[in-house]
Design a protein. Structure first.
Length: 425
């Protein structure tokens, strides 16, 4: 099939290249000249393991083409995926202005039957809005169908997730559209959930919100475990072996961040409020997550004598999680803000992320030199098996705060570090 991907960000670029892998011809449309030029040159404008190789492969084979020309792109393709951003509004809801702009352009330039697919994460009822926006922009009444087909990609493992999905959700009201979408995904071996657009849109928000809930649950439980001198890792394993619960997203740490969980949870809360059915559990999830960096900062402050002024803190990891350069809603950055507010001196390191030169250091050794404490905020593999004995010799004091619970605590304690994890007793 000839597929148009509107929006060449993280979701759009990944989706387009995976369809190339499935043998389809793909056009990537974006109005951002810098993004288009980078992709045309075979360069990603974000970091995602393995995706650059797919871009090189399919650009060379001319399976994918990137353009700014909206009219030609709409006219020449049969299935159009909307993959633009839906940032958070001031009230917590999703801003659909980019989606609306795309829908209106599709309506204006549509020349024959098309399937328009909302891949962007959008509130319940958006498929209906997209349908109306397209109809209002049409000069001639050309038939089309709007389908909801949410993505379930994890930053850092998007290629693997896209090639081997847990499930594919198709929300459609037209049998024709449903059949074409199933044909599009025929080479994927996973359950296909066939439903209507509203249910499909809800599935995406519900999935992300439930995972965020697991993270906040284990982080709040870890605070109680701290008071009771219990290793929360043992608790996580003990409950995670229950198949009804499962082990994933039960790792105590800094809290959730990134481009999806924070805005998706808030958007679902806002939808609930607008419909008179508040989701108090999710409201608590947001509260716990917002408190987590401050709670962890207080642990640092207490350990260092109650005053962080002029204390030098080495921060390992700025991205919200490993294997990505995404710092949106990063708990690490929030912790850094709290530390700076306490007048601490910050020396930060991240293998991929670039931040203010004032605080970022190129090597791990430079980062810890003269530090009173090191704080591990992102679970990059680089931080798991460091030469802690050598690093200790560079530090002023030997406090190690492992907020990812990822290092061998007994080993670093034997070296002489004063170790503290997240309820890692």
């Amino acid at each position: 099939m000839k597929i148009l991907i509107v929006g060449t960000g993280y979701v759009g670029t990944t989706t387009g290249l995976i369809f190339c892998e499935m043998g389809h011809r793909v056009t990537g449309l974006d109005l951002d000249e810098c993004k288009i030029q980078a992709l045309q040159a075979g360069k990603l404008h974000f970091y995602e393991p393995g995706l650059g190789d797919l871009l090189t492969k399919h650009a060379a084979a001319q399976n994918i083409y990137f353009t700014k020309r909206t009219k030609e792109a709409v006219e020449e393709n049969d299935v159009i995926f909307i993959c633009v951003g839906t940032p958070q509004n001031s009230d917590g809801g999703a801003d659909l202005s980019y989606v609306k702009n795309v829908a209106e352009a599709i309506g204006k330039y549509m020349n024959n039957y098309k399937i328009i697919v909302t891949k962007s994460t959008v509130p319940v009822g958006t498929a209906e809005l997209v349908t109306n926006w397209i109809k209002k922009s049409q000069e001639d009444l050309i038939p089309f169908d709007v389908v909801s087909n949410p993505e379930f990609l994890r930053e850092g493992s998007a290629v693997q997730d896209a090639l081997n999905p847990d499930r594919i959700v198709i929300g459609a009201t037209s049998e024709k559209a449903r059949s074409i979408m199933k044909e599009l995904y025929k080479d994927f071996h996973c359950p296909i959930v066939e439903t209507n657009p509203k249910a499909s849109e809800m599935i995406k928000y519900a999935a992300n919100s439930f995972l965020a809930m697991k993270i906040s649950f284990i982080n709040e439980l870890a605070r109680l475990c701290d008071e009771l001198n219990i290793n929360v890792n043992d608790v996580s394993r003990g409950i995670g072996l229950d198949q009804r619960i499962g082990p994933l997203f039960l790792r105590a740490g800094m809290g959730y961040g990134g481009s999806c969980f924070p805005k998706d949870v808030n958007a679902l809360i806002q939808t609930a409020k607008e419909n008179g059915q508040p989701l108090s559990i999710l409201e608590s999830v947001v509260k716990v997550n917002a408190e987590q960096p401050l709670y962890l900062m207080e642990k640092i402050k207490d350990a260092l004598g109650g005053n962080l002024k002029n204390k030098t803190i080495g921060v390992f990891g700025v991205a919200f999680k490993a294997n990505t350069d995404d710092t949106r809603e990063s708990a690490s950055l929030k912790l850094i803000e709290h530390l700076l507010a306490e007048e601490a001196e910050i020396r930060a390191h991240d293998p991929i992320v670039k931040m203010e030169k004032e605080h970022q250091f190129r090597t791990i050794e430079e980062t810890v030199t003269g530090a009173d404490a090191v704080v591990i905020c992102t679970d990059w593999d680089e931080y798991k098996n460091l030469d802690w004995a050598s690093l200790k010799s560079l530090m002023k004091q030997t406090y190690l705060f492992d907020f990812c619970n990822m290092v061998d605590k007994e080993k670093v304690k034997s070296i002489g570090f004063q170790y503290m994890g997240v309820a890692n007793h």
